[in-house]
Design a protein around this ligand. Structure first.
Ligand code: FES
Length: 97
């Protein structure tokens, strides 16, 4: 199901955490212009992944994820993500699991 994530202007401060339908996600525009929405649920033990400078980091045990791919930098794991589309100045798409 497609939902409206927010205005396209959110990308002026990406990556950033956004709240959609009561849950938190990380919004990021990739180098090629693709806009993605990442789950903030850490793939280790479910901690909350946060945006920290050049990486996404879970503070619980410090797993770090690549903002471009969502891949964990030290383990074989990846943050679920969806690709968003731009419609009339808004970001629209499905939510990652
Ligand atoms: S729960 Fe995120 S690193 Fe352990």
């Amino acid at each position: 199901m497609s939902v409206q994530i927010g205005p396209e202007s959110l990308l002026e401060e990406d990556p950033q955490v956004v709240t959609v339908e009561g849950s938190r996600y990380i919004l990021n525009e990739l180098d090629d212009g693709t806009v993605v929405l990442y789950s903030t649920v850490c793939q280790h033990q479910g901690g909350r992944v946060m945006v920290r400078e050049d990486v996404f980091r879970c503070p619980t045990h410090r797993w770090e994820y690549d903002p471009e791919t969502g891949e964990c930098l030290t383990e074989d794991a990846c943050l679920p993500r969806t690709t968003l589309r731009r419609e009339d100045g808004h970001l629209v798409g499905s939510l990652p699991d």
